[in-house]
Each structure stands twice: as structure tokens, then as C-alpha cells.
Write a protein that binds this ligand. Structure first.
Ligand code: C2E
Ligand code: CA
Ligand code: CA
Ligand code: CA
Length: 275
């Protein structure tokens, strides 16, 4: 039994080593990615469930890695967040997304994700203000999506920065609603403009009555609090129809359109025609 225990520990150390090496590798590669212009943004449309029209797009970061191919944020955001690299990367996302938005016609909303470290950054509000001004975007078109992790931080800087973004005219959405452990209390901590219902709940609404009840309740809760509700991760027509029936305002997901690079921007006309 002793020998087995030692083997397990050896294996464990090995795995730890591997994870640490992988993180260092990601960090080095990510620094290069920024320098070599390997980051890009994909845009996913959001539709209004009543009219079927595109109401906005969410900007989603992508890393075009020379060996690994397209790397999704979940595989590098942790490292970017820990090393603080998310701040310059996020500032690049803000500028790039608003610059591209200014080149496309339509008055749609542009949603940008912000991590806790970004919201804590003392330059955030300034970067946003400058970009909005430089690209001539109506501030109310810009929406920032944050998760409850932003509000879980001890410092008051985060709420202060969110308030300042609001003063600029931008909107604030609470992302991944429902998956956290105390989402409800965060609704009192900041007056959000929108709740994004996490895809974990949307996934089961057709087959699981509990999920359906949860989505229905979140939708009504949002309405009662004067917030809009967007369901994410919609993959089937059945989910879409049910969401509309439940009174959810907006939806986003692969059924409607996958996130696509700005170069192949999915115009509102094309998205609506395909629905
Ligand atoms: P999120 O904000 O919850 O974004 C939704 C995620 O669901 C995206 O993953 C999107 O590609 C994916 N998705 C969209 N429709 C569907 C669907 O129908 N089914 C399924 N299964 N997934 C769908 P993605 O692009 O890999 O992004 C992952 C997370 O990374 C995002 O989750 C967001 O938290 C973060 N993120 C993305 N871009 C940025 C960024 O520019 N800055 C920061 N700070 N975080 C970002
Ligand atoms: Ca989001
Ligand atoms: Ca989300
Ligand atoms: Ca998420």
C-alpha cells in the first residue's frame, strides 16, 4: 500500500509540474501573441425574440495560435488574469470592438466582457471614454458584461468604476446569471441593465421542468426589477420557442449564429434571413 501511495504522489507531482509548465508556456506565448497581432475578436449576434431582429453583438476574444490553432478564452483567461495581462488585452478588445463597430451600419448594441482585474483597473473608464469618443459610438450602444466575481471583490473600486461607466452612458449586464452561489444578492449591489441567463439553464428547458421554472422565474425577476433578460447558449428551435413563450426578451446561441470574425461579420439582414 505504501508503494502505491508513493506512486500516486509521484504521479501527482508530475501532473502539477505539467500544469505549471503549461501555464508558463501559455504566458510566454500570450506575450508574443499580443506583440504579433495574433488576437482577434469574433462577434455573436443577439436577437430580439418578439421581432426576430438583431439587437446587438457580443465581442468574444480569440487567439489565433500558430501551433494550437484558434484558442478559446477559457484556455488562457486564467493566466491572463493572474499575470495582469488581461488589462492591456482587454483595452485592446475595447478599442478594436468599437473601431469595428463604427465601420458597420446599424445602431446595434455592442457587448464587451470585462474580468475582475479589468474592472479594478484605474485606467478602465478613461480607455472606454477615449474609444467611444475616437470612434464616434453613441455611448448607450456599449454594454459591459461582468460576472458576480467582479462584485465579490472587497474593494469599492469596482462598483465605482461601473458607476463611472454608467455615467458615460454605457450599460452594464450581469453575465452567467444563476450559476454563481449567491447571484440574487448581487442584484441589490448594482442596478444592472440586463441579466444574461446562463446556458446551463437554457440547455435543459425543454426536458427538465426545473430548468424551465428557473428560466421563467429569472425572466420575471428581471422584468420586475426593470432589467432586460437575454438567454445564452440557445442551440435548438424548441429552446427558442419556449424562451419566447416564457417572456424572455432576447436570445443568443449557435442556433441563431456562431461567433464570427469581423472580416465575415454576420450582418443583421443575413442573420434574420437565416432564422
Ligand atoms: P461568456 O461571456 O459567457 O460567453 C458565452 C460563451 O458561450 C462564448 O464562449 C460563446 O462562444 C459560447 N456560446 C455562444 N453560443 C453558444 C451555444 O449555443 N452553445 C454553447 N455551448 N456555447 C455558446 P467563448 O467565446 O469561448 O468565451 C468564453 C468566456 O470567455 C466568455 O463567456 C467570457 O466570460 C470570456 N471572454 C470572452 N471574450 C472576452 C474578453 O474580451 N474579455 C474578457 N475579460 N473575457 C472574455
Ligand atoms: Ca458574456
Ligand atoms: Ca455568459
Ligand atoms: Ca460563461
Amino acid at each position: 500500500a505504501k508503494a502505491k501511495g508513493r506512486d500516486t504522489i509521484a504521479l501527482y507531482d508530475h501532473a502539477m509540474d505539467h500544469a505549471a509548465r503549461e501555464r508558463r508556456e501559455i504566458e510566454t506565448d500570450l506575450r508574443e501573441a499580443v506583440a504579433r497581432d495574433q488576437l482577434n475578436i469574433h462577434y455573436q449576434p443577439v436577437i430580439d425574440l418578439d421581432s426576430g431582429q438583431v439587437s446587438g453583438y457580443e465581442a468574444l476574444l480569440r487567439w489565433y495560435h500558430p501551433q494550437r490553432g484558434v484558442v478559446r478564452p477559457d484556455d488562457f483567461l486564467g493566466v491572463a488574469e493572474e499575470t495582469g495581462m488581461i488589462v492591456p488585452i482587454g483595452e485592446w478588445v475595447i478599442r478594436k470592438a468599437l473601431e469595428e463597430t463604427s465601420r458597420w451600419s446599424g445602431d446595434f448594441r455592442i457587448a464587451i466582457n470585462l474580468s475582475p482585474t479589468q474592472v479594478r483597473s484605474p485606467h478602465l473608464v478613461d480607455v472606454v471614454a477615449r474609444a467611444i469618443h475616437a470612434y464616434g459610438i453613441r455611448p448607450a450602444r456599449v454594454e459591459f458584461e461582468i460576472t458576480e466575481h467582479v462584485l465579490m471583490q472587497k474593494s469599492n473600486v469596482c462598483v465605482g468604476n461601473l458607476e463611472k461607466l454608467r455615467e458615460l452612458g454605457a450599460k452594464i449586464a450581469l453575465d452567467d446569471f444563476g450559476v454563481g452561489y449567491s447571484s440574487l444578492s448581487y442584484l441589490r449591489r448594482f442596478p444592472f441593465d440586463r441579466i444574461k441567463i446562463d446556458k446551463d439553464f437554457v440547455e435543459g428547458i425543454e426536458t427538465c421542468s426545473d430548468n424551465k421554472a428557473i428560466v421563467s422565474s429569472i425572466t420575471r425577476l428581471a422584468e420586475a426589477l426593470g432589467m432586460a433578460a437575454t438567454a445564452e447558449g440557445v442551440e435548438t428551435r424548441g429552446q427558442l420557442d419556449l424562451l419566447r413563450e416564457l417572456g424572455c426578451q432576447e436570445a443568443q446561441g449557435y442556433l441563431i449564429c456562431e461567433p464570427v470574425p469581423g472580416e465575415n461579420f454576420a450582418t443583421a439582414d443575413a442573420v434574420e434571413a437565416a432564422m
